[in-house]
Design a protein around this ligand. Structure first.
Ligand SMILES: NC(=O)c1ccc[n+]([C@@H]2O[C@H](COP(=O)([O-])OP(=O)(O)OC[C@H]3O[C@@H](n4cnc5c(N)ncnc54)[C@H](O)[C@@H]3O)[C@@H](O)[C@H]2O)c1
Length: 250
């Protein structure tokens, strides 16, 4: 098992890719804190896994609010005494809009949930990881942060490109403390949110444009996260791993 005994925090864990990451970490032997704005959804994920003997807790918190993040991470440390892995997965967008139709308020909200959240959660966990002289931070970027080839929406593309830049810089800053920081950039992945954002015909067109002729599955993104969180990836730092079926190649 690749994460035996490790303590992992996964944000945005109530559904989609985050839920798949929680399941994959549990399968690899980790103790997992499933954190989400939707505390009830996170509790459902945790309860199902506890029923199979896993050590999983649910935490309700908004990752755009530092006070809620501190409270949640403190609860993890109180329970397990450390935090080995932080997976900054919370984020996404709901509606595809032309740039001139994006309000300033919506721009700020998307940047807050996709980029500022990664800064705030990393900032909160770093003193813990530095104290341990060990840590793994894995950030969820996106294919749209890697290249302009996929049409989504500009605030989200800007935020995810920011996640990649932040990942590189933090990797440079904290590598000497035994902490690695990497990103996974998924291509279009079949979660409920993404399927709802387009008509079935539009989704079909997206799938046809991907060399492997299908969308990704949440579990396939989770596999890449587990790898980067594991000691097999100890010498990988500041990287962005594309998991996209060839949707963009950089
Ligand atoms: N699905 C895709 O095609 C795709 C592609 C590239 C990148 N991604 C990225 O992967 C991640 C997961 O995507 P998904 O499709 O599983 O999304 P999703 O909407 O299915 O799940 C996201 C979860 O994050 C939670 N969340 C959102 N804002 C939050 C906040 N402020 N505080 C705490 N929790 C919050 C939501 O409640 C939800 O449970 C996102 O960062 C997304 O941008 C997804």
């Amino acid at each position: 098992m690749r994460l035996e005994g490790k303590v992992v925090i996964v944000t945005g864990a109530a559904r989609g890719i985050g839920e798949a990451i929680v399941e994959a970490c549990v399968r690899e032997g980790a103790k997992v804190a499933a954190l989400d704005l939707d505390g009830g959804g996170a509790e459902k994920v945790a309860t199902a896994l506890r029923g199979r003997g896993a050590d999983v807790i649910a935490l309700a918190a908004d990752v755009t609010r530092s006070s809620e993040i501190s409270r949640a991470f403190e609860a993890v440390r109180a329970r397990w005494g450390r935090v080995d892995v932080l997976v900054n997965n919370a984020g996404g967008f709901a509606v595809i809009r032309a740039t001139e139709e994006i309000s300033e308020e919506e721009w700020n909200a998307i940047v807050a949930s996709n980029l500022t959240s990664v800064f705030l959660c990393s900032k909160t966990v770093l003193p813990i990881m530095k104290g341990q002289r060990y840590g793994r931070i894995v950030n969820l970027a996106s294919v749209v942060g890697r290249a302009g080839a996929v049409r989504v929406t500009s605030h989200y593309a800007a935020a995810k490109a920011g996640v990649i830049g932040f990942t590189r810089h933090l990797a440079l800053e904290v590598g000497a403390h035994g902490i690695t920081v990497n990103a996974v950039a998924p291509g279009t992945t079949a979660t409920e949110r993404v399927l709802k954002a387009r008509t079935p015909e539009e989704t079909q067109r997206v799938a046809e444009a991907i060399p492997v002729k299908r969308l990704g599955e949440p579990g396939e993104i989770a596999e890449a996260v587990v790898f980067l969180a594991s000691d097999s990836a100890a010498f990988i730092n500041g990287a962005t791993l594309d998991v996209n079926g060839g949707q963009v190649m950089v």
